[in-house]
Ligand binder design. Structure first.
Ligand SMILES: CC(C)(COP(=O)(O)OP(=O)(O)OC[C@H]1O[C@@H](n2cnc3c(N)ncnc32)[C@H](O)[C@@H]1OP(=O)(O)O)[C@@H](O)C(=O)NCCC(=O)NCCS
Length: 147
């Protein structure tokens, strides 16, 4: 399947939202319309560190990935946080998730990043099967405290 991965533009809004909601549903979350709108505007705002890319099968958007550029204390150069990855259920197992990650690697190299990194839930078997093929497991454990 010839898949094109490219940065999303304003006219992709309608195709992006169902995939983004699909990702939220996968993790049993529901974002408000306001939050969805805010993220979309951040993607389009060049002063924000967030970017969105889509995988397209012809005209049809079949996957998304979001990234956030970060400045960290361990690296002189920026780090690229791959914050969200999702492919439509109808196209899974065809290399689209891998293509989205590889596109992020390409973008991160172009932006002189030191590293691409991301998190996944320990129960995400399909995601981890893919991640074990394209990256190294860090061994770090993720903590958070909602405020
Ligand atoms: C995780 C996800 C993005 C993978 O997308 P995908 O398009 O199916 O992935 P790919 O087809 O590129 O798979 C790449 C590799 O991972 C392996 N893989 C992926 N899903 C698999 C599954 N369900 N079972 C077995 N292997 C799997 C494949 O063997 C494949 O290896 P290969 O390229 O050597 O053949 C997709 O399953 C998804 O959107 N899941 C729901 C949301 C999610 O989990 N997002 C990530 C949150 S951190």
């Amino acid at each position: 399947m010839p898949i094109e991965v490219r940065q999303l533009v304003a006219s992709d809004r309608a195709a992006w939202e169902p995939l983004w909601i699909g990702y939220q549903t996968f993790y049993k979350r529901k974002l408000s319309e306001e939050m969805i709108e805010l993220s979309w505007h951040r993607f389009l705002d060049p002063t924000q560190p967030l970017d969105a890319y889509g995988a397209f099968d012809g005209e049809r958007m079949v996957g998304l990935v979001h990234i956030a550029m970060q400045t960290l204390t361990s690296f002189r150069r920026p780090a690229c946080y791959l914050s969200d990855l999702f492919t439509d259920e109808s196209v899974r197992g065809k290399g689209i998730g891998r293509a989205l990650i590889e596109h992020v690697y390409k973008i991160a190299k172009e932006r002189d990043c030191e590293r691409v990194f991301w998190l996944t839930h320990e129960t995400n078997t399909a995601g981890r099967l893919l991640y074990d093929k394209v990256a190294e497991r860090s061994g770090f454990i993720h903590y958070w405290k909602p405020l």
